[in-house]
Design a protein around this ligand. Structure first.
Ligand code: C2E
Ligand code: MG
Ligand code: MG
Length: 396
């Protein structure tokens, strides 16, 4: 197969490695330029317009990470390959840094690398890395304005629910759906829950969100023709723990939709609200006694602690997507996932991995005995009509 010639700019302070790379590029039909100077490198980025940059991380007098940051700042969209003789963990961290900076990251070359490894990377179409949406506490709207719009959104139908399928890792069967809130603001457009849920918590509006999502999700699930043997997962903020009637509200919502509580999983993201050991123990035990399943969401990040996991009556643990989404390229993430799955099983819990973005990760999960999986590779969060279409081709 003939590859399209690419322009590749290399920054490396080792003349031997640099010349070798240029020779590999030439033999693969590509055009290469070499420099060991950060200023010259940036100048060439702007004037020579390379398709790819190969950046050595450790150079005499030049900070490779700083070069990556400058590539991100210039927004030139070059596909970036990191080359280094560092061990895997350091390369992994540099990869994460590149991802978080929003550059178009193509891959890592671990020195010494072979010609074929280099040419394989150049054959890839650089994919623009998704820039994570970070909740912005200084969101340029006043809290009062937020409150007013959010209340409007809840009553006008601008806040809705989408459903993401969850499958059995061993055979791909659909075992349930997670309900996720969406808000399309009339002027501001799509607002992600990672932004509006914390603001709703802060303004004391989160119970309105829970009630809205529960009602809409249960109404859909209650009428769903294939709900037998499947469960509906709903996210409930632990800020709700301050409401002594939260369990009654959840129970009532299920009764109104005629959905048995045993088919509902309450997903809790662990926060400091769970720090009150007596209150959280009482509440979660009551929910279990009412028949709900309880899942500990985003395990491995934030406030989650082994103590909470062992002490509270969870029935499921969800491995955070930050480990799962990069498991195909990170040995460390694979080890963390495997340990969480083993820990969950040892405690008698079901394990779900979220953020499965490719087939390789799904087969790893199956190998580790992880019970369930969710992620873009399986199915995105969808509106009910799209989900119905998706289900026509899914394993039931
Ligand atoms: P979560 O409960 O952990 O939900 C999983 C998030 O990962 C969702 O983001 C989902 O769209 C996203 N996701 C699913 N598959 C993939 C994948 O393969 N790759 C990647 N990169 N992401 C994937 P979303 O919908 O933006 O929700 C973010 C968080 O907001 C949720 O995290 C949950 O904590 C919270 N949230 C969402 N809906 C509600 C709600 O109704 N009530 C409350 N209290 N919180 C909610
Ligand atoms: Mg969740
Ligand atoms: Mg999660």
């Amino acid at each position: 197969m003939k590859t399209t010639p690419k322009r590749v700019l290399v920054i490396d302070d080792d003349p031997f490695v640099g010349k070798m790379t240029l020779a590999h590029l030439k033999s693969g039909g590509h055009e290469g330029r070499l420099t060991d100077d950060a200023e010259e490198f940036m100048r060439l980025c702007g004037t020579w317009h390379p398709d790819f940059a190969i950046v050595d991380l450790v150079m005499e007098g030049v900070d490779g990470l700083e070069v990556l940051r400058r590539i991100a700042d210039c927004g030139c969209g070059i596909g970036v390959i990191i080359a280094s003789g560092q061990e895997g963990r350091v390369l992994d961290a540099a990869h994460r840094f590149a991802d978080a900076s929003g550059i178009t990251f193509v891959g890592v070359l671990s020195k010494p690398y072979r010609r074929s490894q280099l040419l394989d990377l150049l054959a890839q179409r650089p994919s623009t890395t998704e820039i994570p949406v970070v909740p912005d506490p200084s969101l340029p709207w006043g809290e009062l304005e937020f409150e007013e719009s959010f209340r409007d959104g809840l009553t006008s139908g601008a806040v809705t629910v989408v459903f993401q399928p969850k499958v059995d890792c061993s055979d791909g069967r659909v075992v349930g759906y997670e309900a996720l809130a969406r808000w399309v603001h009339p002027e501001r457009g799509d607002i992600t829950p990672t932004v509006f849920v914390p603001l709703a918590e802060k303004r004391g509006l989160v119970s309105l969100l829970t009630d809205r999502v529960m009602r809409e999700a249960l109404d859909w699930f209650g009428r769903h023709p294939h709900r037998e043997g499947r469960r509906l997962s709903v996210n409930v903020s632990s800020a709700e723990f301050s409401d002594p009637e939260i369990d009654e509200r959840l129970l009532k919502a299920c009764q109104e939709a005629a959905v048995p509580t045993s088919q509902v999983i309450i997903e809790l993201t662990e926060t400091s609200a769970m720090d009150d050991p007596v209150l959280s123990l009482q509440l979660l035990t009551r929910l279990r006694l009412q028949g709900f399943e309880i899942s500990l969401d985003d395990f491995g990040t934030g406030y989650s602690s082994m103590l909470q996991l062992a002490r509270l009556p969870f029935s499921e643990i969800k491995v955070d997507q930050s480990f799962v989404s990069n498991a195909a390229t990170s040995d460390e993430s694979v080890i963390v996932i495997r340990s969480i799955v083993d820990l969950g099983h040892a405690l008698g819990l079901k394990c779900t991995a979220e953020g499965v973005e490719d087939a390789k990760v799904l087969s790893l999960l199956e190998k580790f005995g992880c019970d369930f999986a969710q992620g873009f590779h399986i199915g995105h969060p969808m509106v009910p009509d799209d989900l119905d279409e998706w289900l026509k081709t899914a394993k039931v």
